[in-house]
Design a protein around this ligand. Sequence first.
Ligand code: PEP
Length: 250
Amino acid sequence: MSRKPLIAANWKMYKTPAEARSCAEALLKSLQDHTRDEIAICPPFVSLSIVLDTLSGSNLAVGAQNMHFADEGAYTGEISPPMLTSIGVTYVILGHSERRQYFNETDELVNQKLHAAFRHKLSPILCVGEKLEEREHNLTEEVLMRQIELALRNVSPNDASSLVIAYEPIWAIGTGKTATPEMAAEAHLLIRSQVARRLDRKSADNLRILYGGSVRPDNAPSLLNQPEIDGALVGGASLNPESFIKLVRY
Ligand code: PEP
C-alpha cells in the first residue's frame, strides 16, 4: 500500500502577513522540487491569501487551522468553508487539541466540521490524541477509539477518501517530549484498525496518519521511517524555514 506522505506546517497564531510571505518565499525556493512528500502550509487566516499567492502554481498546498461548519450566518468572528475554498485553500486542520482545550471544541462539533469539510471538498486533517494522565492510566486506546468514533459519526467511506488523521499525543505538543517511534506506530495501528471498523478496510489502508508532537529535524527520520507513520504535523519546528526545510529533507 503506497501512501504519499504529507508534511503539514501548523504556524498556529504566529507570523504577521509580511512574515508569512517571507517564510513562504523561503520554503518555495528550497522545496519546489521536493516530490517525495506532499507539503501543506497552514498559516493564520489573515495570511492565507498572501501564502496562497506566494505558493501559487507550486507543489506546496495551503491549509487553514480551523473553520466553522456553516456555509454562512451570524457567527461573528468565524470563517466558513466556502470562504476558504473560494481563495484556493485545500486542507483544514480540525479538532486540534489547542482548540479542544482553549475553545471547548467537542467531538460532536468536530464531527459537524468534518462533514462540512467533505461537503466542500476540503481535505480535513483530523487531530486526535490522549492527555498525559490518560496515557498514564492506560486509557490511550479508549480515548483514541472514542475520538474517532464520534468524529466519524455518519461519515461514509466515500466521504473519507480525502481524510487525513493526525495522531498528536497532547503531552508531546510544544513540550519538547516526543512519542518514541514505537509508541507512535502502535497508536497509528490502533487508529487504522478503528477506521477499518468504522468505515472499511480500503479506507483504512488508504488513510494517511500523521504524527504530531515536537517533531524536529533531529527526530524526524526515526519517526518518519516507520511504515505506519505517513507524515507529520509540525508546529514549533515549522516556524523557522531552515528548520522546516531540514525536517522535510531528512
Ligand atoms: C501542533 O501544533 O500540531 C504540534 C504538533 O506542535 P509542536 O510540533 O510544536 O509540538
